[in-house]
Structures are given as structure tokens and as C-alpha cells.
Design a protein around this ligand. Structure first.
Ligand code: GLU
Length: 457
């Protein structure tokens, strides 16, 4: 049976590369067996969710090459969650509680003082109808908790275990968990139950998400069962940290997918690094997601946090530019105003971190280059005199070496002393693509003009 997976961000910020990694893991997982990838916006938090952010997330996924088979919004599906809550209540698994947040906190503190785990004591379960009526008369409204474990037991006990796609066998002691709130006082639903109701409705076969959800999984497995459904398989991957070892945050906008797109990185460089770091696979850029899918194995993802370093991304991007086919780059270079065809691209691609750097080199050959001011007098004289030995056009890839050979003989210079003053004069910088390749693009008259800038005045 082909898999059905989903990526379920809450649209409260731009997705960062850690979120993108979750989306990619799901997408690659589904690619392997022709499965379906669903995009679900977990937007039950009406105050923080924004439709413009949902649109931005969909655009980020599209940029990465992820095309959801369907898109859902939890805010459109509230009736499904209300029905699920009704079924849980009818089954004796949902009970009303009236404590305020302050009362609950005071209770937790007293439990801690007595050396007890700060687990909800199920006081709500013991309320009589009369007591509930009193509380409601006081103006309190109930929130609703899900009874974990058997309804007969005073406390949840036992273990919930599953074979995690990434982490292997996992077991959570139900006794360590409070009965979770499924419906808030104002009738809204926190994330826990809608996610399960949706996964049942959508036929999700594999839930792949970050390891911050491991504990939720025990609760959610209980919910699947209480709602009469078999639970899907679960996989929890390690989280990303930045180069400094700090966790990524959607709110801070750090390492957002949008920022990498705007900086000109290739989507496959971002995807390759996001998927392959912290695995036993070498971090080599994959040309497309199908290739990346063949290199992705959940059990090979390490347990330790994986470090997403922007410097490494730059290196991966540069390596990817080396292997992109000309047909793929040609229209993009044209849009950047870069001329010179494939020969120019071949001349400069090794010196590009992002594709747009080609424009910088195009300006170097096609615009005017101001003389560098700090050139030693002797070098300047050499540069100015080099004009005399400049071969006539037409020029080709051999022009540079012919010119240099005669300059070498005439000046007695060699190595760096020979070519660096020329590089500085011709390009305005001390590093860059092979001059042999650039020279034909600069052309004879422009070369002469650049050299003339060093004539003594
Ligand atoms: N909205 C949840 C999150 O962004 C989804 C978790 C899940 O995949 O179930 O963390």
C-alpha cells in the first residue's frame, strides 16, 4: 500500500530549514513508494495563525520541489474535531475540569515539594454533578481532559510502545503523563486531538516529525485507539541546530527557507544539506529530489542534533553549480543579464557560490574597471608597457599564454610578479577565474583601455 504522509506546520511564522527538513523527509519517504504527501495547516490557534503565512509556507515548499497532493486547513475542519470529542465523551474518555491555570500551578508545586511527579491528579473525574453545577454557577467553564489508560484505573499506568522509523523501539510510561486537555474553556482545540482526528480521516500511514513530539505520540496512540482506529507508524527525527549549536526558531526568522531563496541558493543545495547532514551519507549535492530520495534512510539519521551551517551550505551550493547542466542555467543567466554563452559560464562557474555571482564576473569583463590605486610604481610601468605585446584579434583561449610568454621574455618577470599586476589591472581584484578564459570576453580594446590606466602621467 503506498504511504500517505503529511507535513503539518502551524502558519505562525516562516518555515526554517529545520521545518523544511521535516517536510523533505516526508516528501522523500512518499516518493519512494509512490505515496501521497498532504500539506495540513495546523491553524486551530486563530490568534496566531495567518493565511499569508500559510501561503508563504506553500510557496517555500514549492520552491523546494514539494507538490502536495492536497492542502487542508484545520480551521475548516472543526466539526470533525467536535464529533471526535463527542465520541470520546460518550466512551467515558473525556471529562470536565474546572481548575484555573493558577490552581493547577499551585498543585504542581505542592506535588514537587512532596517529591511527586507533577501529574494531574484527576480531580475533575471525581466531581459530582452537584459540585459541577456549583462551579458553573460561580461562572467557571470547563476544559476537557482525555483519560489516559483504562477509565477504571485511578491513575494511568502501563507503557505505550512503538517502533520508531528513526529511533527504533520507544516506550513511554503513561503514569508519567497528565491527562491532556483536548478542549479548552473557550471550546477551541489544542493541537493534540485534531491531529489524530485528521490523521484518521486522511488515512495517514506514517507520521514523520521532529523528536520534540515523542511524548505527544504516547498520548496520540491512545487517542487513535480510543477513537477506534489503528495508529499509523511514527518516526521522530533529530532536530537541527545552527553553526553555534542553538536551536532554530520560527519566530526569530533565522535560517528561514525564504532567506536562503532570497540569498540565491539552489533549492537542491538546501534540500541536500538539510536531508544529508547528520546521516551516514556523504553530504554531496543531489541534482533532484528523486536522487535524494534514494540516499535517504530514516534509520541512518543520527540521534544527536544535526548542525546546519550556512558556510557548509555555501560550499554545497558551489559544488552543485559545477554539475548543473547548461540548459538549466542558460535562461537564468540570461535573466541576470549575463552574456557570453556557455563558454563564459564555464569560465566563471568555479568562482561562483551562487548563480548570481556570474553577474559579478560578467560586469568585470563587460563594464569599466577602475585602476587600482595602490599598485607599486614598478608594477604599474610593467602593466602599461604590456599593451605593446598584446596580440592582435581574433582572440581565443591561447591569447593569454602567448601574451604572457612574450611579456615574460621581455620583462624577466615570472610567476606571481608576472601575472598578478595584470590580473589586478584587468579585473580590479586579486583573485578570480582563469585570465586565459576571461581575456577573450574582455576583448582587445577594453584590455588596452584598462592597461592605459597605468600609464605614468
Ligand atoms: N503542528 C505540529 C508542529 O508544527 C505538527 C506536528 C505533527 O506533525 O504532528 O509541530
Amino acid at each position: 500500500m503506498p504511504s500517505i504522509v503529511r507535513f503539518a506546520p502551524s502558519p505562525t511564522g516562516f518555515i526554517h530549514v529545520g521545518n523544511a527538513r521535516t517536510a523533505l523527509f516526508n516528501w522523500l519517504f512518499a516518493l519512494r513508494d509512490g505515496g501521497r504527501f498532504l500539506l495540513r495547516f495546523d491553524d486551530t490557534d486563530a490568534k496566531r495563525s495567518r493565511s499569508d503565512l500559510a501561503a508563504a509556507i506553500a510557496a517555500d515548499l514549492a520552491w523546494l520541489g514539494i507538490a502536495p497532493a492536497a492542502i487542508y486547513r484545520q480551521s475548516d475542519r472543526l466539526a470533525l474535531y467536535a464529533a471526535a470529542a463527542g465520541r470520546l465523551e460518550a466512551a467515558g474518555r473525556l471529562y470536565a475540569c474546572y481548575e484555573t491555570a493558577e490552581e493547577l500551578e499551585a498543585r504542581r508545586q505542592s506535588q514537587r515539594r512532596r517529591g511527586l511527579p507533577p501529574v494531574y491528579d484527576r480531580a475533575g473525574l471525581r466531581l459530582t454533578a452537584a459540585r459541577r453545577a456549583d462551579l458553573e454557577a460561580e461562572g467557571r467553564r470547563p476544559h476537557w481532559r482525555f483519560l489516559l489508560g483504562s477509565p477504571e484505573a485511578a491513575h494511568a499506568s502501563g507503557e505505550i510502545a512503538w517502533d520508531d522509523l528513526f529511533r527504533g523501539r520507544q516506550a513511554i510510561d503513561l503514569g508519567s503523563l497528565s491527562d491532556p486537555v483536548l478542549v479548552r474553556e473557550d471550546g477551541t482545540f489544542p493541537y493534540t486531538m485534531p491531529s489524530v482526528a485528521d490523521d484518521i480521516d486522511m488515512g495517514t500511514t506514517h507520521v514523520i516529525r521532529g523528536e520534540d513530539h515523542v511524548t505527544n505520540t504516547a498520548v496520540q496512540i491512545e487517542l487513535f485507539r480510543a477513537l477506534g482506529a489503528a495508529e499509523p507508524a511514527f518516526g521522530h527525527h533529530n532536530l537541527l541546530v545552527n553553526a553555534e549549536g542553538e536551536g532554530l526558531s520560527k519566530r526569530m526568522g533565522s535560517q528561514s527557507v525564504a532567506s536562503y531563496r532570497e540569498a540565491g541558493f539552489e533549492p537542491m543545495a538546501v534540500a541536500s544539506l538539510a536531508v544529508l547532514i547528520g546521516t551516514s551519507e556523504a553530504v554531496e549535492p543531489a541534482p533532484d529530489l528523486e536522487t535524494l530520495a534514494r540516499r535517504f534512510t530514516p534509520s541512518k539519521v543520527s540521534r544527536a542534533p544535526a548542525r546546519f551551517d550556512d558556510a557548509e551550505l555555501a560550499a554545497v551550493n558551489a559544488r552543485l553549480l559545477q554539475v548543473l547542466p547548461w540548459e538549466a542555467v542558460a535562461p537564468r543567466l540570461a535573466a541576470l543579464g549575463v552574456g557570453g554563452g556557455e563558454a563564459f559560464w564555464n569560465a566563471v562557474r568555479k568562482n561562483c557560490t551562487v548563480l548570481a555571482d556570474a553577474r559579478l564576473w560578467w560586469d568585470v569583463v563587460s563594464a569599466t574597471v577602475a585602476p587600482v590605486t595602490e599598485m607599486p610604481r614598478e608594477d604599474a610601468a610593467f602593466v602599461a608597457g604590456a599593451a605593446d605585446a598584446l596580440p592582435p584579434e581574433p582572440w581565443d583561449g591561447a591569447t593569454w599564454s602567448n601574451w604572457i610568454a612574450s611579456l615574460k621574455e621581455a620583462s624577466g618577470r615570472s610567476g606571481r610578479r608576472l601575472f598578478m599586476p595584470l590580473r589586478l589591472a584587468l579585473t580590479g581584484r586579486d583573485h578570480g577565474p582563469e585570465l586565459a578564459a576571461l581575456l577573450p570576453f574582455i576583448g582587445r580594446s577594453s584590455t588596452l583601455a584598462r592597461l592605459a590606466g597605468y600609464r605614468p602621467r
